[in-house]
Design a protein. Structure first.
Length: 215
């Protein structure tokens, strides 16, 4: 079963809800190794997206929704998160341009393009204790699930599981990028907030796809 614009719309709404629900936790994580504003910034960004969804045309494509998220996050989210996530959604939109239905290959391509956009913008690699430590395992898991013949919903579930594990795996790392890198070994034992928000967003994507698949 392929996914369509309704899935992207519901993913955005679920993302806004889960970010709001975990806002304080994301603030806490960022306060430990960063500026402490990640939860506030992400909540503000996704809250700004929600009313704009109603302005989309009835025949909007998945890429149209993703572009809207991208431009809104870039303009409303402070710090590094706005440009990074904005680029992720913008590149994801480009990967599925003109597609009304997203099969497994399209979903996997969407995730890969988002990850590659973040790498291009932030110059981070796996092991740097950033959101890439959640995104890269997610993309690898999606590739493996696609190769195994999984459905789009199953691909997203595999990606979400891998992102969650990747976020947890940032805890023992020494940060090599961003403000956390100034802490050196003092960053050990703390989870990267960007990796955690990535995990939340991809879990929302999987949950919405799973609901659509069983509806």
């Amino acid at each position: 079963m392929s996914l369509n614009t309704d899935w992207v719309l519901n993913w955005v709404r679920a993302s806004a809800a889960v970010i709001a629900e975990n806002r304080v936790e994301l603030i806490r994580l960022d306060r430990e190794i960063g500026d402490g504003d990640h939860g506030e910034n992400m909540d503000r960004g996704f809250s700004a997206v929600l009313p704009k969804l109603d302005d989309l045309a009835d025949d909007a494509l998945p890429a149209d929704v993703l572009k809207l998220v991208a431009t809104t996050l870039i303009s409303t989210v402070g710090g590094a998160s706005g440009p990074l996530y904005g680029t992720a959604y913008l590149k994801a939109a480009g990967a599925v341009a003109d597609l009304g239905e997203l099969d497994g290959a399209a979903v996997t391509g969407l995730l890969r393009a988002a990850r590659d956009g973040i790498v291009l913008r932030g110059k981070a690699e796996t092991g740097d204790k950033t959101m890439i430590d959640a995104w890269s395992p997610a993309v690898d898991a999606a590739d493996a699930a696609l190769a195994g013949g999984s459905s789009p919903a199953q691909i997203l579930q595999a990606a979400a599981d891998a992102a969650a594990a990747g976020a947890e795996a940032t805890e023992p790392l020494v940060a090599r990028k961003g403000r956390a890198s100034y802490l050196g070994e003092r960053a050990i034992g703390h989870r990267d907030p960007g990796a955690q928000s990535t995990s939340l967003l991809l879990r929302a994507a999987a949950d919405v796809a799973g609901t659509a698949a069983t509806a």
